[in-house]
Design a protein around this ligand. Sequence first.
Ligand SMILES: Cc1ncc(COP(=O)(O)O)c(C=O)c1O
Length: 375
Amino acid sequence: MTPKLMIPGPVSVDDDVLFEMGQQVRPHYGAEWTAVYNETRDLLKQVFKTEGDVHILSGSGSAALDAAIGSLATTGETVVVGNNGYFGERLEEICEGYGLDITRVSAPLGEPLDPESFRQAFKVDPRPALVALVYLETATAVVNPVREIAAIANELGIPIVLDAVSALGGLPLDMDEWGIDICASASQKCLGAPPGLGPIAVAARAWKIMESKADRGHGWYLNLETWRRFADEWGPWHPHPVTVATSNIYALRAGLLKLLDEGIEQRIKRYTKLALQLRKGVRALGMEPLTPDDQLAPVLTAVYAPDGVAIGELVGYLREEHNLMISGGLGGGLKDRVFRVGHMGPTVTEQDIDEVLGALRAFLELKHIPLAEPT
Ligand SMILES: Cc1ncc(COP(=O)(O)O)c(C=O)c1O
């Protein structure tokens, strides 16, 4: 039986989204398709909160991140990368792939990046091609202070690329007001659709930078200018360069309609309530979340396991005995110490959180691990 997904993506999806995935395949060109594609882009604009352009890459979130970095920076240039976890590391790997010289801004494991560290990095390297960072570091559930970091980058005229793969639709985000140049995400997390799409929003400033660098020459498929050219030249019937994943885009549209119908702020409130419920519940079992409550991520909670608990065994038990899927830690340092519970799916309810808590309790009892005294 398909497990209930309480992992940080992909998420279990709504019936409307499932319905779209079950329809006969639809073509990727023509007036009817173009209307659906453009509507989906418009819905995404409302979620990114941008007047910029949105493209929907067929590929995962990493494809969108790869496109963002490769389209803005030229091999040999320097970049500043925020790295406080596995997905910060991924940003560095993408930059390395393009032959960029990286100045890393890090933070102790489990802590957010410090905006002042970026200011220091920009003193050492005042004109990097871009600064890139992750909004919600999914490996640790740490939320980085994007708005503050973007303000510094804006003040200095440094383009900023944001990995909002696990944040878009689940954390507050205002791309234009915060001054983000390119924001990349993925369909399978807070947008409530299946994996397969990398929505990407591009501000006018970012296009200007691309235009000013005629010799960038980074490929074709993940070159954002290719996507813009086709949207411009083939707009009325085939507004993208390739045969895009049409079923997934119909499904994403359904997920976005649900999100906007509920309201982004309202949904974030709902997720925050789930996060607080989970935090209270794990503490009652004698465990502590990795981040304090005033820094919680509405959509994801990482929890220290009690001493002596093998994370793999815990995750396996929930999967086998309770048909619930949660995640272990990700990346060095925390891999064997924390487990992560995703509550970023639009279908997750208070009952689901109770179910996870019940299953955790059962595991601890099975292992004779003392539970916290009731307070
Ligand atoms: C913050 C973050 N960035 C990037 C990725 C990579 O996304 P994808 O697996 O869709 O390529 C993930 C996936 O979990 C993520 O959480």
